[in-house]
Design a protein around this ligand. Structure first.
Ligand code: PMP
Length: 324
């Protein structure tokens, strides 16, 4: 779907995947006006194609657009794009545990423009690819970076824009060099407080059956999975604390057993248990560091049961994109 300031959104079409033709001066190449979403479509046992809280993705996409001085895409257009894609061909949505179609809606500034100002022309595009589990291991190891910050107050941390990820790539590389699977960012100002992972939110399980996760202060992405988990928690008799979390307290708590479990959560990673945290030359593990704990496992099971339509959805989170 194209956008110009004069015509608004127009010319929606579905076509085979092909390279884009863009002017080399297109604003996206120079000033990074780009936002995206990540979602999954699942095939239920009845053959329906469903997706999880798509209107939340549509809302976050509008929030990201506003932050990046881009036009807002109406929810109806966002939903229609997904539905028409599935109506056109849904054969690529795989079936089976952990299998899904990963859907990537994104918007780029296409106006040829060398001066710095918000562009007046955009394209909204949706691509998709079948996906399995994000990690190929039971528990992931996390590196706590101190050199690199992802987002500062007043920055774009709460928006899902490409620049945030570009800013984190060096830290991701650092994590890999340390033998870790993901990076944990601390707050940009003091480097004392936990923020989030490269592409996931983070939750710690305290021994008083409380899920502890960083407060949304504008520097981390308000994850839809994170929100779903904090909602499911009460059903599982878990309390939730959204608060400022000192990394020192996590290391101390993991050692003393006050924090027995931790997990990463997001659309791609779903709920991925964290085995170890590594910072400078300190390593702590949650549980035995190798196998998922009971709270994490039960959250994963309850969430995916709803997502795949194996259990009733009391929250109205699952929307059917295509009925078999
Ligand atoms: N934080 C970051 C930086 C992410 O990229 C993602 C994935 N979109 C998340 C958190 C989790 O968000 P969600 O649960 O909406 O996928």
């Amino acid at each position: 779907v194209s956008y110009t300031a004069a015509r608004g959104w127009h010319d929606a079409k579905i076509c085979p995947r092909r390279p884009l033709m863009l002017d080399p001066a297109a604003s996206v190449f120079h000033y990074g006006q780009e936002i995206f979403e990540g979602m999954k479509a699942y095939r239920t046992q009845h053959g329906d194609i469903v997706t999880f809280r798509p209107r939340e993705n549509a809302r976050r996409f509008r929030d990201s657009a506003r932050r990046m001085a881009m036009p807002e895409l109406p929810e109806t257009l966002f939903m229609q794009s997904l539905e028409s894609l599935m109506a056109c061909d849904h054969a690529w949505v795989p079936q089976g545990r952990g299998q899904s179609l990963y859907i990537r809606p994104f918007m780029i500034a296409t106006e040829a423009l060398l001066g710095v100002r918000p562009a007046r022309e955009y394209q909204f595009i949706v691509i998709a690819t079948p996906a399995g589990n994000y990690f190929d291991k039971a528990c992931v190891d996390i590196w706590v970076t101190e050199h690199f910050a992802r987002a500062a107050m007043g920055g774009t941390g709460a928006a899902k824009c490409g620049g945030n990820y570009a800013a984190g790539l060096m830290a991701q590389r650092e994590a890999a060099e340390q033998g870790c699977d993901q990076v944990l960012f601390l707050d940009a100002a003091t480097r004392q407080y936990v923020e989030e992972l490269g592409g996931m939110n983070v939750v710690f399980v305290r021994d008083d059956n409380t899920l502890v996760t960083p407060r949304l202060t504008g520097t981390i992405l308000p994850g839809i999975t994170r929100d779903a988990i904090t909602t499911i928690a009460s059903y599982l008799n878990l309390a939730v604390e959204e608060t400022q979390i000192a990394i020192d307290d996590i290391f101390e708590g993991a050692q003393s057993g006050r924090y027995r479990e931790a997990f990463a959560c997001g659309t791609a990673a779903v709920v991925s248990p964290i085995g170890r945290l590594k910072r400078r030359d300190h390593i702590v593990s949650f549980g035995d560091g190798e196998s998922p704990g009971p709270v994490t496992s039960s959250i994963l099971e309850n969430l995916t049961d709803i997502q795949y339509g194996r259990k009733p959805d009391p929250y109205g989170w699952v929307e059917t994109l295509f009925r078999a």
